[in-house]
Design a protein around this ligand. Structure first.
Ligand code: 4NP
Length: 145
């Protein structure tokens, strides 16, 4: 799960998907395309919205995506077009490129939707982001099983 800062959207996506899959069988992680917040915990607003839905994301620490992630992961989900394009810049070949998906394509395959960046907005933005990611992660988990 990849966003820009790895403190708002992708930590939520990581926590939500982990809650829907067998984590002994599926390894789920998140990262950012930027290094601004490396080492930091998720944004307090993401922690609160996750907690509202009984998901604990407090132990996560932001990190920056690296080219090695293509060796470890089968799917790399971007939250928005900018993340998507920046991840593709790291891809070394077609196989790497094919791993990169827009996350909301999983729940809305006929549309080109992005998960909006909630960082500069209010709490309602986090609720909306949670709902979009919850739907997408339900689709991903049924695909994986
Ligand atoms: P995220 O949100 O990409 O969902 O983690 C952001 C977090 C931090 C910043 C921008 C977006 N920032 O500019 O610091």
């Amino acid at each position: 799960m990849v966003c820009l800062g790895n403190i708002c959207r992708s930590p939520l996506a990581e926590g939500i998907l982990k809650s829907k899959v067998n984590t002994d069988a599926v390894f789920v992680d998140s990262a950012g395309t930027a290094a601004y917040h490396v080492g930091n915990p998720p944004d307090i607003r993401s922690i609160y919205i996750a907690k509202k839905y009984k998901i604990d994301i407090t132990n996560q620490q932001a990190r920056k995506i690296t080219v090695k992630d293509f060796d470890f992961f089968d799917f790399i989900y971007a939250m928005d077009d900018s993340n998507y394009n920046n991840i593709l810049l790291l891809a070394r070949n077609k196989e790497d490129e094919q791993k990169v998906k827009m996350i909301l394509k999983e729940s809305n395959p006929t549309k080109d939707l992005s998960v909006p960046d909630p960082y500069y907005g209010g709490d309602a933005g986090f609720e909306d982001v949670y709902k979009m990611l919850d739907e997408a992660c339900t689709a991903i988990s049924s695909k994986l099983s």
